[in-house]
Write a protein that binds this ligand. Structure first.
Ligand code: MG
Length: 278
């Protein structure tokens, strides 16, 4: 009896789901006319027609009330309270975490394609006795391998592909919108994970970064050449589809701070974005 009730409940949920999806289509058909789809051309690369009234509607996501706060579908990785979502021993104080020379930290969860928001602060002037790559160096390593640089480049030059907003060792930022050390700065990053040919090291589609630093575009759909590397050409090596996110301890005893870290898991495969034909 219990099994029958469970089956009936599952059927009811399915019917409700289909009905909810059908409502906007029914309204659109009433608005545009039942013949709307007739004569429409097939969209490039898509199973859908141009203006196809039956194409699934974008799911609603409630945005945050305040700019920079996590939207409804985000995973909050750090809300200022503790490192419960992380492996590592950085100091937590007030509403931030701080690199304390105990090594890099990594998320307990794994991520592939994603949108990341975080805020960071380069050390205050008391730590400005260093230069180039030693000043406020940290980094955001997607999948532990692909680094968007964190550095204090306010009054500090370094090699161009090592700047803040750069894909380290690969792409300098388009511009340098770095704030002063001691001020909070924001990163908003879209990462598309690399796709491999089966379980080989051969990459079918390289990874990609689009990056905003302090609201300014610094990387646009930049191709990732491979795993981060110092003084060498980056190359790819196979890894899983999802891996932890890493925040770097660069080893310079620079107390770089982070706060308000959230991430949205995405599926940026062509099939998911565009309903492309295989
Ligand atoms: Mg770094």
């Amino acid at each position: 009896m219990r099994r029958v009730l469970a089956s009936l409940a599952a059927v009811a949920v399915c019917i409700a789901f289909i009905a909810a999806a059908w409502n906007p289509v029914r309204n659109l058909l009433a608005e545009e006319g039942p013949e709307w789809n007739e004569g429409l051309p097939q969209q490039y690369n898509s199973i859908w027609k141009v203006h196809d009234i039956f194409r699934p509607k974008p799911p609603k996501v409630a945005p945050a009330d305040a700019p920079g706060a996590p939207p409804a579908d985000a995973v909050v990785l750090f809300d200022g309270k503790d490192l419960s979502k992380w492996n590592g021993k950085w100091k937590v104080q007030d509403d931030y975490m701080e690199c304390n020379s105990t090594g890099s930290i990594s998320t307990k969860d794994s991520f592939g394609d994603c949108q990341l928001h975080l805020e960071y602060m380069a050390p205050s002037p008391a730590f400005l006795n260093t230069s180039s790559q030693a000043r406020g160096n940290s980094g955001i390593l997607f999948m532990g391998h692909y680094e968007v640089q964190v550095l204090d480049n306010c009054e500090n030059a370094t090699y161009s592909d090592g700047y803040i907003g750069g894909v380290y060792g690969q792409h300098p930022p388009l511009v340098n919108p770095c704030r002063k050390p001691g001020e909070w700065q924001t990163y908003d990053i879209v990462f598309r994970a690399p796709r491999f040919k089966g379980k080989t090291d051969e990459v079918a589609e390289p990874g990609r970064f689009t990056v905003f630093l302090n609201g300014v575009l610094v990387q646009h759909d930049a191709e990732i050449y491979g795993r981060v590397r110092w003084r060498g050409l980056a190359t790819y090596a196979y890894h899983e589809e999802a891996r932890p996110l890493v925040l770097q301890d660069h080893g310079d005893k620079q107390p770089v701070r982070f706060r308000n870290i959230w991430i949205r898991k995405l599926d940026l495969s062509w099939e998911a974005i565009d309903n492309r034909k295989k």
